[in-house]
Design a protein around this ligand. Structure first.
Ligand SMILES: C[S@@+](CC[C@H](N)C(=O)[O-])C[C@H]1O[C@@H](n2cnc3c(N)ncnc32)[C@H](O)[C@@H]1O
Length: 392
């Protein structure tokens, strides 16, 4: 753990968790994380605070540039065509401030008016504060918007979309010692919260690793997102025909649980600084872990979701015309300094090592749509040479 950087702590949440631990004699890490992020009054996502953007704790691709949503709109348009251009529902879960939805809807309205006329856009949002922000930011698209709870989504044809949702789901933490998997419990310590390793791990955790066929090696710590398995099953049940498009940072299971990843991937974000101490800034920092994309594919397949595309965000965006659009945007910018700033900003979406290009992955699953060739599958070799004339 890093040294404590605590600058802010929600005392009410701290006291609440302390009581729960006292009452139950310790709580699994997943329960601790649930309180930190989603306690109805004090959880990080539930209160009124700026979480995304310059004055928040982290950036997302949709806050980097509007082109991200614009390119997604292009892919969604093709999905609509593949479903014979009938009524189409986009269900977006975890839309943050609503800017991705805004960029998608603005592009569809401008570029594909026939599609816009057939579109219903449903938002599922756990945070009352974010729902308020979404309602404000999306006011001009009121006629095709609906907010609902996950359980209220009725079977639909269309696309279930999320960007950086699954990394916010609560996780259990395990460690392997002497050949035995042990689960991390949170307990009350002399100086705040502490951890205790307990055996046996729950049946669900054991089942999860047996099913994956991959597990952490001796001495390693790792996260398990049981909630993601339930979630993808429920998404598949709601989708009558169409697509599930999931964008997030993560890896296939073999890479996520690789021997070199000794401490797992849990990270906390507070004012654009990442730390690995979930026991500080309680209720005031985001807690996330990398997504296990094998789990989403495996559990999805059992519910009739075929994997149509899985790849890095940079490949996905390039397939959809990222380079060509960048060249057009640059050509329209007469001020060279602004054109350079634009290039630097947009590079964040595709660059590996610190950018969002490589760790971020895109999974497209389909139900009842056979195996179409999606626009995002266009290979980088097919991009014309002139459009690759990128500098600085
Ligand atoms: C990291 S933010 C992603 C924001 C947004 N998608 C973007 O691209 O900027 C996570 C979002 O998921 C929401 N969220 C987390 N768990 C959720 C759940 N179970 N149901 C609905 N929304 C959820 C949060 O409130 C927040 O809006």
């Amino acid at each position: 753990m890093t040294d404590s950087l605590a600058c802010e702590d929600n005392a009410d949440l701290h006291a609440f968790i302390h009581q729960q631990i006292e009452k139950k004699g310790g709580i699994p890490f997943s329960e601790y994380m649930e309180y930190c992020l989603y306690h109805p009054q004090f959880g990080y996502y539930m209160g009124s605070r700026q979480r995304i953007g310059t004055h928040g704790d982290f950036f997302t691709s949709s806050t980097v540039h509007r082109l991200f949503g614009g390119l997604l709109a292009k892919q969604l348009h093709q999905m609509w065509q593949l479903l014979a251009e009938g009524p189409f529902t986009i269900v977006e879960q975890g839309a943050g401030d609503g800017f991705l939805a805004l960029d998608i809807l603005d592009t569809i309205k401008r570029e594909y008016p026939d599609f816009y006329a057939k579109l219903c856009y449903q938002l599922i949002e756990i945070s009352p504060d974010n729902r308020r922000r979404q309602q404000q930011n999306l006011a001009e698209h009121q006629t095709c918007l609906q907010w609902c709870r996950f359980e209220e989504v009725t079977p639909f044809d269309g696309c279930f979309l999320s960007n950086e949702l699954v990394d916010a789901f609560t996780v259990s933490i395990v460690e392997k010692h002497d050949g035995v998997l042990q689960e991390v419990y949170v307990v009350n310590g002399d100086n705040g919260f502490g951890e205790e390793l307990r055996t046996p791990v729950s049946e669900q955790i054991q089942y999860h690793f047996d099913k994956l066929g991959v597990a952490p090696v001796e001495g390693n710590r790792a996260e398990v997102c049981l909630y993601a398995a339930q979630w993808i099953r429920s998404v598949a049940e709601k989708l009558r025909r169409g697509f599930v498009l999931t964008i997030d940072y993560g890896y296939p299971a073999a890479e996520l649980y690789a021997p070199f990843r000794r401490q797992g991937t849990l990270l906390c974000y507070y004012h654009h600084t990442a730390n690995d101490n979930p026991y500080q800034n309680i209720g005031c920092q985001d807690l996330t872990s990398h997504v296990d994309f094998t789990l989403l594919q495996q559990w999805g397949e059992e519910q009739g979701l075929d994997c149509l595309y899985f790849g890095e965000q940079y490949r996905f965006l390039m397939g959809l015309g990222f380079i060509e659009e960048l060249v057009k945007l640059q050509a329209a910018e007469t001020d060279e300094r602004k054109a350079c700033a634009l290039r630097m900003t947009l590079k964040n979406l595709i660059l590996p090592d610190g950018g969002m290009g490589e760790t971020f992955k895109v999974l497209v699953q389909g139900k009842g749509v056979a195996t179409p060739v999606l626009l995002c599958q266009r290979s980088i070799q097919e991009i014309s040479l002139e459009s690759l004339a990128l500098s600085s």
